[in-house]
Structure formats: C-alpha cells, structure tokens
Design a protein around this ligand. Structure first.
Ligand code: PMV
Length: 338
C-alpha cells in the first residue's frame, strides 16, 4: 500500500539572523529571528510512503541525494512517522529551481516542503504552529518558510514553544529581494557547523546583547515601512553574523582560523552597494552563510538595480533571482492512496 502527497515551499531570507544554538539536538536557537519569504525560488517535494520499501529513498532534481542529505531526510521522516505511528519507508523526490549551498537557505524550503508533504501523506493534519515546530527540527530556518510574507521565529526555551508566526502578510510591503549568486564551489562550512562554532567566538555574547534591540528596530521599520531604517539595520545584522563566523574556531578543522563565507565577488558587490548608496541609491544588502548577496529594494528601483548589477559583473558568471514577499508552504497535491 502507498500513501503520497506533494508540497511546495519557498526559501526565506532572514532580516535578523538565527546564528547559534541554545539546544543543538532540537535546533533551538540562541536568538529570535525575522525573515521574508522569497517568492522567486521554489522547492517541490513528493513523498510516497510504501509498505514494500526496505529503506527510504531520496532524489534531488532526479539524481540520488548525497549520503548526508539522505540521512537528514530519513531522520526527518522518522519524526513524521513517529507522530503518525507509522513504520513505512518512503520515496522522497525533490526538485528545486535554485542552487543549494550557496547561501540561499535551500534547506529552509526543503524541510518546510518535506514536513508538509510527509505529514499530509501520513494523513496528519498539523496546525501551522505544529508544522513550524516539525520543520524547525529538520533545519532551523525552515520553521519560517511554513509562513508567507514577513515572519518572526520566537526562540522559545523548549521544543513546544520555539516556532515561527506571521508578522505581516506579503501585501503589507511590496519589497523586492534580488539574490545574486556566483558560480563556483559550494560553501566550505555548513551552517550546522557554523551554528555549533558560534558560541566559541569571543564576540558572540556581544552579538546576543545587541539582538533584542535589533529585533525591535526591524519590527518597527517593517511596521512603518521605513526602508532606510530597515536597510541599515539589516546590513549591520548580516555583518554581525559574519563577524561571529570569522572569529569562531572550528574544533573539527584546527587549521581553519575562522569561517569565511564570502568570496571576492561578495565583497565587490557589497562595496558597490555602499558606493551606489553614497550617490543616493535606495538599495541595501544582506548575506546568509554563503557567498550569495541578497539586495533589498522597492519596486521603483528594481530596473536600475538590475542594470547596475549587469554593468558590475558583465560577462562574469553570476545568477540573479528576483523575489517579492512570497506565500507560506502549500500543498500541491493532496493525500493519495493506492
Ligand atoms: O536553518 P539553518 O541551520 O540552515 O541556518 C540558517 C542560518 C542563516 O541562514 C545564516 C540565518 C537564518 O536565520 O536563516
């Protein structure tokens, strides 16, 4: 007997970043975070539980998933199976229209879509909050992709009170996010390793002390649709994460003095944004744990911004994704049984 469902989710971009755990085994974060769900990229995941399978099978864009990714998917299916009291193995097939491991929060979309597809296939009808809690255990930031628009993840103190909730729907503020990714090698250190190492940075407690103030500024700027207020807070917040990463010793790789997620193109674009702004351009940047740069602007400036990016990089390999505030994870095809 088989039971299947298909779900989709967008990645999200943190305006205030989650960096560091209070409890790694449950992905409980050391701080609350705020994000915008990105309409311009999508992961679609089908899950088929099949009582005749001996093992879970995971394919990504029609190729077998890596051993590490397959283990993460299986561990997440275990959580859904436990909720449903099922022992059936599953075939999980995911397709994405954006690259993984370049700083586009691909795991957020992946685990939001997987959580919804797996629980629907198992006929579980989780509330959005329960789904957010489940998605968080796959990848912390995935708890925010359950919701659309502007989203806050309250850090909580245990499994049942660490979940995301919508702050404002997508139409509250029609911002644009232009994600610029550069070809080349995937990021050298996973975000999981970065989260674990963060507490060893001597700057970490200073970052956490700042964060409640940053959260207030960002919430208030979103409320008032204050673009300049939002932008400068978001840039400082991204640089704060990278300051932590760069000063976090990695016990697993003692020869690495600190984590550098940026590539030369990352710095080039950051410098350009600062120059453009000095001339009055309304654009701000943010970064995740990878070399991609996310640029924030309002719709009226989008065309000029795209031209500036094209002029800066010319024929040099780069990819651009344009997002508006997107919707939360959704079911594409309801539960089917054979
Ligand atoms: O969900 P994870 O473990 O991939 O961590 C995401 C970390 C950042 O993208 C850098 C920040 C965030 O809040 O999304």
């Amino acid at each position: 007997m088989t039971q299947s469902a298909t779900a989709a989710a967008h990645p999200n971009l943190a305006l205030v970043k989650y960096w560091g755990y209070s409890e790694p085994s449950l992905n409980l974060p050391a701080n609350s975070s705020i994000s915008i769900t990105l309409s311009g990229a999508t992961t679609i995941t089908s899950v088929t539980f099949d009582s005749t399978l001996d093992d879970d099978l995971f394919t990504l864009n029609d190729s077998p998933g890596t051993a590490v990714a397959s283990r993460r998917v299986s561990a997440h299916l275990d959580r859904a199976r436990q909720l449903a009291g099922s022992v059936d193995r599953a075939h999980v097939s995911s397709t994405t229209d954006f690259p993984t491991a370049v700083g586009m929060a691909s795991s957020a979309a992946a685990f939001a879509a997987l959580s919804l597809a797996a629980t629907r296939a198992l006929r579980l009808d989780l509330s959005p909050r329960e789904l957010s809690i489940l998605a968080r255990k796959g990848s912390g930031s995935a708890c925010r992709s359950v919701f659309g628009g502007y989203v806050e993840w309250s850090k909580g103190s245990h499994d049942s009170n660490s979940f995301a909730r919508p702050l404002y729907p997508p139409q509250h503020w029609d911002l644009r996010v232009v994600t610029v990714a550069f070809g080349g090698r995937p990021k050298p250190v996973s975000s999981e390793e970065g989260h674990r190492a963060a507490v060893r940075s001597p700057l970490y407690t200073a970052r956490l002390r700042e964060l409640d103030g940053t959260l207030d500024i960002v919430r208030e700027a979103l409320h008032r649709r204050d673009f300049a207020g939002l932008g400068i807070a978001v840039e400082r917040e991204a640089l704060s994460l990278h300051a932590i990463a760069m000063t976090s010793p990695l016990v697993e790789y003692p020869w690495v003095s600190g984590i550098i997620y940026m590539e030369p193109e990352t710095i080039r674009l950051i410098r350009a944004v600062q120059d453009w702004r000095a001339q009055g351009a309304p654009v701000y940047f943010t970064l995740d744990a990878g070399p991609a740069v996310h640029l924030l602007c309002e719709p009226a400036y989008l065309h000029t911004l795209l031209e500036e990016i094209r002029a800066l990089f010319g024929l040099q390999s780069h990819q651009v994704w344009i997002s508006s505030p997107g919707r939360g994870a959704w079911e594409v095809e309801g539960p089917l049984s054979t």
